[in-house]
Design a binder for this molecule. Structure first.
Ligand SMILES: NC(=O)C1=CN([C@@H]2O[C@H](COP(=O)(O)OP(=O)(O)OC[C@H]3O[C@@H](n4cnc5c(N)ncnc54)[C@H](OP(=O)(O)O)[C@@H]3O)[C@@H](O)[C@H]2O)C=CC1
Ligand SMILES: O=C(CO)COP(=O)(O)O
Length: 325
């Protein structure tokens, strides 16, 4: 069963390198011809993963047809907002029955859909799984130990993909709660922006712990309202990834919040999926009558220009209440 990776950014390159480390041939599609040329000649992806040597059996290509030729397992590793259009480009080249493993962590802004629902609409008939959990691209590309979740609606598919895609340093736990995995992976990015803003304002480690904990309450409330199972949200793809992403500036979402807190320019920062998911996450919460003040506050900072200091003051000024309702 051959594996192809679509998306030559940090995460696609890291996952391709992880699979190719033991000499397995893996094709990595990047739409940017310069990145492809650089990977082929220097065995590095200088734009997205500088300084990390890529295995020789990872073949970078700029042609979707070639990337997907004979591929039985296709990892889609794209920003959530780019996924729908990319699916339309992939469609004519996909092998019938090829399994699609979705690696985006975000909510489509215009529809409120997670990746699996987008792919269901655009590429019906393909078996679908989602891969998510605490895993920085640079750690995985460097071969450091990582554990993540892979969920598919059929348990047998999840188990076989987990077996096929795991490596000694990349442990994949199988599951069947696609929506739970997607909700955790998307909402933790929004919450990490709040954590970064708190750090950028110099509010200290205690405030950070409070934000992460109360953020997790929101992740659980909204995740469950969207149909996630409680256990999933407590697992690697929920609590696990929230903890990692709120742990420091190695996270792009945390780094984005840090810049907001410090009043720095955010325009040149790397992809932070939470920026694109915050407003729709807040809307999904409102529509379901879910109290999500941290998510609402992040959306207000991003979309209404609410200064980070005012945002944190507003959170602190909320009426006191029981911890658990
Ligand atoms: N980085 C990480 O540690 C992790 C990331 N993720 C998730 O993976 C997803 C991708 O993130 P990541 O790889 O880090 O992001 P990057 O910003 O590093 O890379 C994004 C890649 O997607 C490509 N791309 C964008 N739009 C399209 C398109 N329409 N067709 C083809 N390629 C396209 C970009 O190409 P171009 O260069 O031409 O713009 C680029 O190669 C996100 O949802 C992220 O949350 C999940 C786990 C870990
Ligand atoms: O999803 C990630 C870690 O699990 C990567 O987080 P960032 O996108 O914030 O860097």
């Amino acid at each position: 069963m051959s594996v192809s990776v679509i998306g030559g950014g940090a995460w696609g390159t890291a996952l391709g390198a992880m699979r190719a480390r033991d000499g397995e041939p893996v094709r990595l599609y990047a739409r940017d011809a310069e990145s492809v040329a650089a990977i082929r000649t220097t065995r590095e992806n200088p734009r997205y993963l500088p300084g990390i040597a890529l295995p020789a059996s990872l073949e970078a290509v700029n042609d979707l047809g070639l990337a997907l030729e004979g591929a039985d397992i296709v990892l889609l590793v794209l920003p959530a907002q780019a996924l729908r259009l990319a699916c339309r480009d992939l469609k004519p080249h996909l092998r019938p029955g090829a399994a699609l493993v979705l690696c985006s962590k975000g909510i489509e802004r215009d529809t409120g859909l997670f990746a699996s629902a987008v792919v269901e609409e655009e590429l019906p008939g393909h078996p679908v799984a989602v891969l998510s959990g605490p895993s920085f691209a640079s750690d995985v590309a460097a071969g450091l130990p990582t554990a993540v979740t892979l969920a598919a609606s059929e348990g047998a598919l999840a188990a076989s993909l987990a077996q096929r895609l795991s490596s000694p340093a990349f442990r994949i736990y199988a599951g069947d709660d696609i929506l739970g995995v997607e909700a955790g992976g998307s909402l933790k990015n929004v919450l990490a922006i709040a954590a970064g803003a708190s750090a950028g304002l110099g509010l200290g480690a205690s405030a950070l712990a409070a934000l992460v904990t109360r953020g997790f309450v929101e992740l659980r409330r909204l995740g469950e309202a969207l149909g996630a199972r409680p256990d999933t949200l407590l697992g690697l793809s929920g609590l696990g990834d929230l903890v990692l992403t709120c742990s420091g500036a190695q996270s792009r979402n945390f780094a984005y919040g840090l810049a907001l807190g410090r009043g720095e320019d955010t325009r040149t920062l790397k992809l932070a999926e939470g920026v694109y998911s915050a407003a729709i996450a807040a809307q999904l919460a409102r529509e379901r009558g879910i109290e999500a003040p941290i998510i609402e506050t992040v959306a207000a900072m991003l979309d209404e220009g609410l200064p980070a200091a005012d945002a944190m003051r507003a959170l602190l000024a909320r009426p006191l209440k029981r911890e658990f309702d």
